[in-house]
Design a protein around this ligand. Structure first.
Ligand code: TYD
Length: 204
């Protein structure tokens, strides 16, 4: 049975989600909440090895192989890290999860969305996050934030970025209860205020 809360942070590369996640983590900890900060791909253990392949392997990676590697990482993460933490009553803050696969491998790379939905649910054992923040920014702002040193995914270009971005907005339209879009082109403080407001509303 669920006792804790599962919150995910999503958005295209350079949207600032990791900064917002860490700020929220500090805020919740100050309030005495038990939290777990984690990420996909590449939580502790096997996930770190999968992340290394996904972000740095410089040979050919087929789109379907990439898709299955993200799913494999997700299944391991849910089973060994996320579910135990939620069951022990923690608030889990996770940097990227199922919606990244729909946005990047689906809208970005063109893998069939229905297939992704089914396999995402297989990877998580039918569990979706309780609440998801999508940090929305335009390609130019994002590129400035990412800077010059880019990983394999970040090197995919602005057309890819825009497909990913539109994918997230589409997802939010389909699941407005779970997925909240935040304009992330504003200052860190303004964005964090909105994150807190949405979370307080959600737990009320
Ligand atoms: P992340 O570590 O969040 O990168 P950053 O902190 O630079 O935003 O994510 C790594 C990359 O993996 C990112 O470009 C998005 C990509 N990704 C997918 O394509 N599909 C997925 O299912 C996940 C979880 C991530």
């Amino acid at each position: 049975m669920q006792k804790g809360l599962f919150i995910t942070f999503e958005g295209a590369d350079g949207c600032g989600k990791t900064t917002q996640l860490n700020l929220l983590a500090q805020y919740l900890e100050k309030q005495g909440k038990e939290i777990l900060v984690t990420r996909e791909p590449g939580a502790k253990g096997l996930g770190e090895k999968l992340r290394e392949i996904l972000l740095n392997y410089d040979g050919e990676v087929s789109d379907r192989c990439e898709f299955f590697l993200f799913l494999a990482d997700r299944a391991q993460h849910i089973d060994t890290i996320v579910t135990p933490a939620i069951q022990s009553g923690k608030i889990v803050l996770c940097d990227r999860h199922i919606d990244s696969t729909t946005a990047y491998q689906g809208y970005g790379r063109g893998i069939d969305i229905d297939r992704i939905n089914k396999l995402n649910m297989a990877a998580t054992n039918n569990k979706k996050p309780d609440l998801t923040f999508v940090f929305d920014v335009d390609a130019k702002t994002a590129a400035k934030r990412v800077g010059k040193s880019k990983d394999r995914m970040e090197s995919a270009g602005s057309a890819f970025f825009n497909r990913v971005r539109q994918g997230y907005l589409e997802l939010a339209k389909q699941e407005p209860e779970r997925i909240k879009v935040i304009n992330a082109a504003r200052s860190i403080e303004e964005v964090q205020e909105e994150v807190k407001k949405i979370l307080l509303n959600f737990v009320k």
